[in-house]
Design a protein around this ligand. Structure first.
Ligand SMILES: NC(=O)C1=CN([C@@H]2O[C@H](COP(=O)(O)OP(=O)(O)OC[C@H]3O[C@@H](n4cnc5c(N)ncnc54)[C@H](O)[C@@H]3O)[C@@H](O)[C@H]2O)[C@@H](O)CC1
Ligand SMILES: Nc1ncnc2c1ncn2[C@@H]1O[C@H](COP(=O)(O)OP(=O)(O)O)[C@@H](O)[C@H]1O
Length: 450
């Protein structure tokens, strides 16, 4: 058993169906899985209980409850006061939530909701077994009106996507993992992102070795978004970064705070990585056909996504681009527009939605938000474990788009999927601070963490 995050290594994620298969195979040679699980829960419970009161173990009807009973037995054998039941004891030192795990398949009943509410109200730390009860393992969404908000979650046997995306991070608290000594015998459903080394810079490099980025966006009143993207591309190490601010006079393009940035246009920079759409407003629509046809690698964000959502011809141009040459970075509302769906429906299964959008438009899709998803045609999807609410500030998405462009300029042979995985994880790590992070400060943190 070990604490899970932050992780430098990529980790395999398995959905419910895969976890069930792995469990079934493992049980053939290791029939004592529940004993192992319950022992791991008891060990963690010993370490995190607060005070000398009873450990309250709330057990459900299935194997999740079985794990809870085994843990209760171990704790009682050690002489700890243990209370097993759905009613709260006086001043518990810890709650072990073993109500529902992988088997959750409907909204919790009124009685279960009452137990969840009592756990939440009793004031003791909550340790969830495998998953916080009421949270769906595949999506990270509550199945009903309430799911446990745990202080700790000990994932067992496999890591499930719902621990990391959707509402998962708000419900899991600190994450721990015990694989119960089993190595899964099948390919993961998705990868949890690990750290990717920064692009190599040769001792004999010159600025021409590190590529060009062309940022197209920043309509009047929204130029800050494009400037943030351009600054991020520069800080990432791109050799030369150009801006095409839509509708701006030549003298307005200069960025006094960042004199390295230059003015440029598609016609002069046919090999640049395009970062298009940040703060672009409706003006970007007219420029899109040329950009979609002209630039070999594209990161498409914000208003460019909205323009594409509204125009079937632009969608066809996107689909006509070579495989691996385009990354879309929608937040959930933009992704919903691209799929012609509502945001809540899309958020209900972020992994499925990102895969669907990637298939629909033939592009890499970064579905942003807590537990960003990276999905591409023909690739295993990835889930981002880094980042947090400090990133919920204006401009952090523009920084991401620019950073992806900067990475790609330096690694022309990389696919959109590889660039998105590397950049999204770095962006998330840089955003792990208390409080809120200004987008400008996020760029500095990205540049210095490498
Ligand atoms: N079988 C084993 O040896 C192992 C089991 N493990 C544990 O077993 C869990 C999975 O066990 P189960 O498949 O029995 O599933 P659960 O224990 O999560 O729940 C299954 C039961 O809950 C009921 N249920 C589902 N949703 C409900 C709802 N909303 N309201 C009321 N009842 C509901 C189901 O009808 C079923 O009876 C894992 O999460 C993990 O904790 C792991 O420890 C690995 C080893
Ligand atoms: N709570 C959060 N946890 C993790 N990442 C977050 C959170 N809130 C925002 N982010 C990240 O911050 C960025 C916000 O992007 P976006 O919504 O496009 O903002 P903007 O348009 O203001 O730049 C995305 O990369 C998103 O994943």
């Amino acid at each position: 058993m070990h604490a899970l995050l932050p992780t430098t290594a990529a980790l395999p994620l398995f959905d419910v169906a895969a976890s069930r298969r792995i469990e079934t195979h493992a049980l053939v040679h290791s029939p004592d899985l529940m004993e192992r699980a319950g022992l791991a829960v008891a060990k963690l419970a010993l370490a995190i209980r607060r005070g000398g009161g009873p450990v309250w173990v709330a057990c459900g009807p299935g194997n999740n409850g079985g794990d809870g009973h085994v843990a209760a037995r171990h704790l009682a054998a050690l002489g700890l006061p243990v209370h097993v039941g759905h009613d709260a004891p006086q001043r518990p030192a810890l709650v072990i939530d073993a109500l529902l795990g992988l088997g959750l398949n409907r909204a919790p009943s009124t009685e279960l909701l009452a137990t969840i509410a009592a756990m939440q109200a009793c004031g003791a730390p909550i340790l969830a077994v495998d998953l916080p009860s009421g949270l769906l393992a595949d999506t990270g969404q509550p199945a009903g009106e309430l799911a446990v908000r745990a202080d700790h979650t000990l994932a067992l046997l496999t890591l499930k996507p719902g621990l990391f995306t959707g509402e998962g991070r708000a419900h899991c608290g600190r994450l721990w993992f015990d694989d119960l000594g089993i190595t899964p015998d099948e390919a993961p459903t998705a990868d949890l992102l690990g750290r990717t080394p920064p692009p190599h810079r040769s001792p004999t490099a010159h600025k021409g070795s590190h590529g060009q980025v062309l940022v197209v966006g920043g309509a009047p009143g929204m130029q800050g978004a494009a400037r943030l993207a351009a600054r991020a591309a520069l800080a990432c190490g791109a050799g030369r970064v150009y801006m095409d601010l839509l509708g701006a006079a030549a003298e307005d393009v200069a960025d006094p705070g960042q004199p390295e940035l230059m003015r440029g246009h598609l016609a002069e920079l046919p090999q640049a990585v395009g970062v298009i759409g940040c703060g672009a407003g409706a003006t970007i629509a007219a420029a899109l056909p040329e950009l979609l046809r002209g630039l070999p690698r594209l990161v498409i964000d914000a208003d460019a996504l909205n323009a594409i959502a509204a125009d079937a011809d632009l969608q066809d141009l996107l689909r006509a681009r070579p495989a691996g040459s385009t990354a879309l970075t929608p937040h959930p509302l933009e992704a919903a527009r691209l799929l012609g769906r509502d945001t809540a429906g899309l958020q209900a299964d972020r992994l499925a939605a990102a895969r669907e959008l990637a298939g629909h438009l033939g592009c890499t899709v970064v579905l942003k938000g807590s537990g960003s998803i990276i999905a591409s045609p023909g690739e295993r999807p990835a889930v981002c474990a880094s980042g947090g609410p400090a990133l919920a500030t204006a401009g952090s998405g523009d920084v991401l788009a620019g950073w992806l462009g900067g990475l790609w300029a330096q690694q022309p042979g990389a696919s959109a999927h590889a660039i998105a995985c590397a950049g999204v994880d770095a962006h998330g790590r840089a955003g792990e601070v208390d409080g809120a992070l200004r987008a400008g400060d996020l760029i500095d943190r990205l540049a210095t963490q490498r």
